[in-house]
Write a new protein. Structure first.
Length: 316
């Protein structure tokens, strides 16, 4: 039996939402709308066009997998095409999302991800799904092992590196601030290993924000990131300047997750008090804000984003 269609008014509800994880991917937005109506053929065509652009493929599949109707229509697709690797990967990622919401057994989801990996052995996306799962529910050894599986297939995987940074940032939080924390070492190592034009160059900024999230949540930093002082130390300023200078020279404006990085960098510059640099980033972001890191540690992200943007642009 086919899954029921979404309730009337869903499109209007989506339009009213402040954040859209599809970011500026217009093809993804239209495909997601078609999938909501059961037209999974559009998803098949989208993934064929995406090919082995692994960052874009991972971005598109994880966004589609977030929708509550995705698992049902992915199963419909598999009924029509039982050997479809794309359908298996989409279903596996949809089941990961269900498991993270407590609506699917993790063991069953791991099995689905491994099955998808067998059908698409070169594809890092099934392993990205497992990484999403294990960063929340798994043991340390599982996270490390699965991350290596992703890197074996695509060493510069953007989303996977962000997941590991967020996971590492939560380690040893009880010890308080530590400028030598392992998350900084990992981010610096990954940035150095990546090609010169890789957005992983901004990973040390991501690490700095994720560490603030965990420290503030544990009471080791003030809840207001601007007044926390976390972004104004000598080391922090060096990291922010290097990342901003890299961005000024970056020529690959088509990376599917570049707006995630720009939001982190704009947040850092706003917290650092570098208004002109933050303003340049806000102009490039436009309306494509992301919940992280504006929500850190426990703030309304839309209010935080708009306030920081207004201060930077001088519109307050």
């Amino acid at each position: 039996m086919s899954p029921p269609p979404p309730p009337l008014g869903r499109a209007r509800k989506r339009a009213a939402q402040a954040f859209d994880e599809a970011l500026d991917d217009a093809e993804l937005v239209s495909t997601r709308a078609a999938l909501a109506q059961g037209r999974w053929q559009n998803t098949r065509s989208l993934l064929v066009r995406t090919g082995d652009d692994w960052d874009r493929r991972g971005h598109r599949i994880t966004v589609l997998a977030r929708e509550s109707y995705c698992a049902g229509w992915a199963r419909e697709w598999l009924l029509a095409e039982p050997d479809s690797g794309d359908a298996s990967v989409l279903l596996a990622l949809a089941q990961v999302r269900r498991a993270l919401r407590g609506k699917e057994k993790p063991a069953r989801v791991r099995e689905a991800c491994h099955k998808a990996a067998e059908l698409r052995p070169a594809d890092p996306t099934p392993w990205l799904g497992l990484l999403l799962l294990e960063c929340s529910l798994g043991a340390e050894g599982d996270v490390v092992r699965i991350f290596e599986q992703v890197r074996t297939r695509y060493a510069d995987h953007h989303h996977a590196h962000h997941l590991v940074v967020a996971w590492l940032a939560e380690r040893r939080v009880e010890a308080g601030p530590d400028p030598l924390h392992e998350v900084y070492d990992f981010a610096n190592w990954a940035a150095e290993q990546a090609p010169a034009d890789s957005p992983l160059a901004i990973l040390p900024v991501i690490a700095h924000a994720e560490r603030y999230r965990t420290l503030a949540a544990a009471g080791h930093q003030p809840a207001d990131p601007v007044s926390s002082g976390h972004w104004v130390g000598r080391r922090a300023r060096q990291v922010m300047k290097a990342a901003f200078d890299w961005w000024l020279e970056w020529e690959h404006e088509d990376h599917p997750r570049r707006l995630v990085d720009l939001n982190f960098l704009a947040h850092a510059k706003a917290c650092e008090g570098r208004g002109a640099e933050a303003a340049a980033l806000f102009h490039r972001i436009g309306e494509h804000s992301t919940p992280a890191p504006w929500s850190y540690p426990d703030r309304d992200p839309l209010t935080a984003f708009r306030t920081a943007r207004a201060v930077a642009l001088g519109t307050v």
